[in-house]
Write a protein that binds this ligand. Structure first.
Ligand code: ATP
Ligand code: MG
Length: 435
């Protein structure tokens, strides 16, 4: 019984006050992405399980341990999306966008589901904002996408964040690299965890991303992929760095970044915060030139990234950056008696049509309780409507902050309220500037 009053472990409610801040932040992200030509795409929360097995990779932690997979009543194996790239690419292929004008530039925001051990910055339902750029193979595409990630972070007020980049090459470089990795890790099979021993044959690069402290210590001294890049991949990486330099974007090359998903090729990158503890990567991405053909589409270069919104919220909180506040109600009408209540309905609907935010008593409270409520919700102004106000057509508008009162004619209420609210916001702005 207790269960019905408790959210599932690893999930969070975003309550009304916080949700306003989330929406403001999401709007800012979509607006910034639009500056680079990215448009929103919306895809389902679940897909055929195969969509993720094929793309994310069946030797990854995500596929091996973290997916919410279930059979539906028709016997299909479905999975709640652990990330959105796979579904977005499935959609772009399915609807033929990949055969149209390239590059296709899309962005998205949505919930992701991973069965992980819940802790700070690690949830079972979390939210990602991400972008995918499909059909762009040139190095300036990598730089532009990285620049967008950086601008997204600064647009929401993230101050200190370090960019780390690496290149993990193409399948050709990978052949030689895998051989070197196997040779190195074979010397450590006794100490590597069971999962990594299994990965050693199938996908040795995955060992570099293992979260076990023993495996990561061994991985620290493993050969690095940068030493195995073919000429084309090395040239591409040099070009990416030259573009980043020309854009004044600071980065460090971290040869240990391989990313947790199998589909990456060439450039990979992470934005890492020093303020939020162990789960420090707020944004991760890279190029995935092989994914579209692997998923049954035409061979097409592509790249993208995703950022975890909960982790971004942790960064903003650690910086003491306040989220935008919900605007308060412009005017609360208190009413006395049934006739007044009808009049209040009439006035309120007229004002709301004009764009004012209006609240009234819908709980049949006494006058004192109504005023208390108006104070609690932070109404900017209040007015009491009773028989007298209906008869004279004059109301007394009370400024809840200063206590000042003013008589207003109901016939010209819209105009007077408009100028009064405008004056109030000018005052507030002046105050904010002076403080
Ligand atoms: P980590 O190494 O922290 O497990 P990851 O490599 O699994 O991250 P990605 O799959 O690249 O992460 O997802 C991109 C971003 O989504 C991460 O950088 C992070 O901000 C966020 N993220 C990933 N998993 C979680 C989670 N369980 N809870 C909250 N945010 C997450
Ligand atoms: Mg992970």
């Amino acid at each position: 019984m207790a269960e019905i009053n408790r959210a599932v472990k690893g999930t969070n409610d975003i309550l009304p006050h916080a949700a306003f801040g989330w929406r403001a932040l999401e709007n800012r992200l979509f607006e910034t992405a639009a500056l680079y030509g990215f448009s929103e795409i919306r895809i389902p929360v679940f897909e055929h399980t195969e969509v993720f097995n094929r793309s994310v990779g069946d030797t990854t932690d995500v596929v091996q341990k973290e997916m919410y997979t279930f059979d539906d009543k028709g016997g299909r194996s479905l999975t709640l999306r652990p990330e959105l790239t796979a579904g977005v690419i499935r959609s772009i292929i399915e609807h033929g966008l990949v055969n149209g004008a390239l590059p296709v530039k899309v962005c998205y925001e949505g919930g992701c589901y991973r069965y992980e051990k819940p802790q700070a910055g690690r949830l079972r339902e979390f939210h990602q904002f991400g972008v995918e750029c499909v059909g762009a193979a040139a190095a300036n595409a990598d730089a532009e996408v990285i620049s967008l990630a950086r601008q997204l972070l600064s647009s929401i007020g993230v101050e200190k964040i370090a960019l780390q980049i690496n290149s993990i090459g193409c399948p050709e470089c990978r052949k030689h690299y895998h051989a070197a990795l196997k040779e190195y890790f074979y010397k450590h099979t006794d100490t590597l965890c069971a999962t990594c021993n299994d990965r050693l044959e199938r996908n040795p690069m995955r060992i570099l991303d293992c979260k076990s402290p023993i495996c990561s210590e061994i991985a620290d001294n493993a050969p690095v992929v940068l030493d195995f890049l073919c000429d084309d991949c090395a040239k591409h990486f040099d070009e990416v760095k030259a573009h980043l330099d020309s854009m004044g974007i600071e980065y460090t090359v971290n040869p240990h970044i391989v990313r947790g998903l199998d589909y990456y090729t060439r450039t990979v990158f992470e934005f890492v915060s020093g303020d939020i503890g162990a789960q420090a990567t707020v944004c991760g991405g890279g190029r995935y030139d092989g994914l579209i053909s692997q998923m049954g589409g035409p061979s097409t270069a592509a790249l993208g990234f995703a950022m975890g919104l909960e982790r971004l919220m942790l960064v903003l909180a650690a910086q003491n950056t306040a989220l935008p506040e919900e605007p308060t109600c412009d005017i609360f009408f208190a009413s006395m008696g049934d006739k007044a209540r009808v009049k209040v309905s009439e006035i309120s609907s007229m004002l709301r049509d004009e764009g004012f935010s209006v609240q009234t008593d819908i709980c049949s409270r006494g006058l004192k309780a109504q005023m208390k409520y108006a104070d609690k919700i932070g109404a900017k102004f209040t007015a009491v409507i009773g028989d007298n106000e209906i008869e004279t057509g004059i109301i007394r508008l009370k400024n809840m902050k200063s206590g000042e009162e003013k008589e207003l004619d109901l016939n010209s209420l819209t105009d007077s309220l408009y100028s009064i609210l405008l004056a109030l916001s000018v005052d507030e702005l002046t105050d904010a500037v002076n403080n």
